[in-house]
Design a protein around this ligand. Structure first.
Ligand code: DSN
Length: 422
């Protein structure tokens, strides 16, 4: 299959082409609920697969270490200008290879090994690179961690302030990977100012919501904004660092030559296209639809007896706490996968279980919204989740197979770029 979509690849390497074709079918037929995933547009797909791939361009526009940059400079300058315009920032660096290198560059710019850094604990919803122990950021630096309140699942800003004033960290990270609620950037800014810390907003998950006006922006509140470009922002796999002018040199120097070599120019092109798309009114509608769908899905799950961390969501993400059910997160996630519903198992705050076998399942609505599903579909999605989790507890494989067929049937009516039509 798909020789017509990838003729050269199919002719040269049919084995690899068959893997790509199988992935296309999988993405077409399943309901993808991993909140950090999405579908890029046809234009982003095209831009990411161009001859820009062939060029080395260490340095920055107008200041390169290789010749022949006439076009690459224009591509990168365009991406930078679009990022600045979309997020209302003084400076943008579009070269980080992905979120973790972007965050590492922030450490390089502002901290020295051994310095204290502060972020949300990974099991509470933070990210590895916010100073968590198993990450280089937690072994090269001294990470101190804040969390959420046990009863509400919300960040306790008084506790964050107390910790920050006690520890006086060099860096404070706000943002994370499993936070269903709005981040109060102004509150973090006042804490960072009191503590004398550089404040970094890692908005990887919510960048598209910010761009579309569906989540408050950290611009004007924080020193540095770090984001991947492939989640709600719906671009290629990459990242950006944005900052105030006073930090521009430090950030650029940390990314190159501090941490990275040549930028991935084909990705920069894809980022530029995604930023252009995110500036359109249709993207504003998309961002708001992502949140509306998540709220509708959360309400439908609550009606079906699920326990949600923080009781619901303000954004694109829902964290289901299965501690009250007969099935742990990993068993549920694998059963959902067999039912054609792709999620990831995840710790919940104060999880009594281990990260590789936790109590939660993390879901989100960026992908299904890109395929055109709306709030009216969310009760059906919640039903599928409820039936699958129930089936997982009972070992009921026929129900999982039945759900899988229903999912494929609905998804056939909602195509996405690059995927085979039914
Ligand atoms: N892996 C990303 C996520 O799924 O949230 C974070 O790096």
């Amino acid at each position: 299959m798909s020789a017509s979509r990838h003729p050269a690849l199919s002719a040269t390497d049919p084995e690899l082409a068959s893997f790509v074709a199988a992935e296309e079918v999988l993405q077409a037929q399943t309901l993808r609920l991993i909140p950090s995933e999405n579908y890029v547009s046809a234009a982003v797909l095209e831009a990411s697969g161009t001859v820009l791939q062939n060029k080395y361009s260490e340095g920055y526009p107008g200041r390169r270490y290789y010749e022949g940059q006439q076009n690459i400079d224009r591509v990168e300058a365009l991406a930078i200008e679009r990022a600045k315009g979309l997020f209302g920032v003084d400076h943008a660096n579009v070269q980080p290879y992905s979120g973790s290198p972007a965050n590492l560059a922030v450490y390089l710019a502002f901290a020295k090994p051994g310095d204290t850094v502060m972020g949300m604990a990974l099991p509470m919803g933070g990210h590895l690179t916010h100073g968590w122990g198993v990450s280089a950021t937690g072994s090269w630096f001294r990470g101190v961690q804040y969390g959420v309140q046990a009863d509400t699942g919300l960040i306790d800003y008084d506790a964050v302030r107390e910790l920050a004033l006690a520890e006086r960290p060099k860096l404070i990270f706000c943002g994370g990977t499993a936070l269903p609620r709005t981040i109060d950037f102004a509150a973090f800014a006042s804490i960072a100012e009191e503590a004398g810390s550089i404040l970094v907003a890692d908005v990887a998950h919510i960048a598209g919501l910010i761009a579309g006006g569906a989540h408050p922006s950290p611009a004007g509140h924080v020193d540095v904004i770090s984001t991947t470009t492939h989640k709600t922002l719906r671009g290629p796999r990459g990242a950006m660092l944005m900052c105030r002018e006073e930090h521009a040199k430090a950030i650029d120097k940390a990314v190159f030559p501090g941490l990275q070599g040549g930028p991935h120019n084909q990705t920069t092109a894809g980022i530029a296209v995604a930023l252009h798309e995110a500036a359109q009114p249709s993207f504003t509608a998309y961002a708001h639809a992502v949140v509306a769908n998540a709220k509708a899905l959360a309400a439908a799950l609550l009606e079906r007896g699920f326990d949600l961390v923080s009781g619901g969501t303000d954004n694109h993400l829902i964290l289901i706490d299965l501690t009250g059910k007969d099935v742990p997160g990993k068993v549920a996630a694998k059963a959902l996968d067999r039912a054609g519903i792709v999620v990831n198992y995840n710790t919940v705050p104060f999880d009594p279980r281990k990260p590789f076998d936790p109590s939660g399942v993390r879901i989100g609505t960026p992908s299904l919204t890109s395929r055109g599903l709306s709030a009216e579909h969310m009760p059906v999605v919640a039903d599928w989740i409820a039936r699958s989790v129930d089936a997982a507890a009972k070992g009921d494989e026929p129900t999982l197979a039945a759900v899988r067929a229903e999912v494929a049937d609905l998804m056939a009516a909602f195509p996405a770029p690059g995927l085979p039509l039914p």
